[in-house]
Write a protein that binds this ligand. Structure first.
Ligand code: HEC
Length: 142
């Protein structure tokens, strides 16, 4: 009786005990799940990227996928989705719109979202791409 009971309980215990490899996987997962706020910039931060034709082409590609549905291909903010939501969006084609907002502040708005605007997650656009997006939308007024 005792002989057959002991090995069985050992099997159950083994099955219920987390293995070391499971534990270390969880630890490794933590940096990936770092909050977006970890990348928050000082509002007065200046744009650290030197835009190239290639980086601006990437920024334009991302803009057309993630931003244009609301802000419009040309940035004037006159899109059906926005009208449907009853919103008025900033007009990026007007130089005055972003003139008073430093790049660091725009970075935080894009990264963290604002009111009805969704955040742009680090997994979709790294910091350098967000800075390039800011260069791209500022050029819409030219
Ligand atoms: C779901 C619609 C939507 C999408 C998608 C969207 N935005 Fe916006 N955006 C808004 C709204 C609404 C506002 C106005 C927020 C406010 O001030 O209340 C806004 C404001 C802004 C502003 C102006 C902030 C300010 O106060 O000066 C910038 C810059 C901006 N968006 C950039 C972007 C970029 C870049 C993307 C793509 C990565 C993007 N937005 C995607 C809806 C959107």
């Amino acid at each position: 009786m005792l002989k057959s009971f002991l090995p069985l309980s050992a099997v159950i215990l083994f099955a219920l005990t987390p293995t070391p490899s499971q534990g270390s996987k969880q630890e490794n997962a933590t940096p990936d799940a770092a909050p977006a706020s970890a990348a928050t910039q000082a509002d007065a931060a200046t744009n650290p990227v030197k835009p190239t034709a290639e980086s601006q082409a990437k920024a334009r590609g991302l803009y057309l996928i993630d931003c244009a549905m609301c802000h419009g291909d040309n940035g004037n903010g006159q899109t059906d989705i926005v009208k449907g939501m009853g919103l008025t969006l900033p007009d990026f084609t007007d130089l005055k719109t972003l003139a008073g907002t430093p790049d660091g502040q725009l970075f935080n708005i894009i990264r963290n979202g604002k009111d009805k605007m969704p955040p742009e997650a680090a997994g979709r656009a790294n910091d350098s791409l967000v800075w390039n997006l800011i260069v791209y939308i500022r050029k819409m007024s030219k």
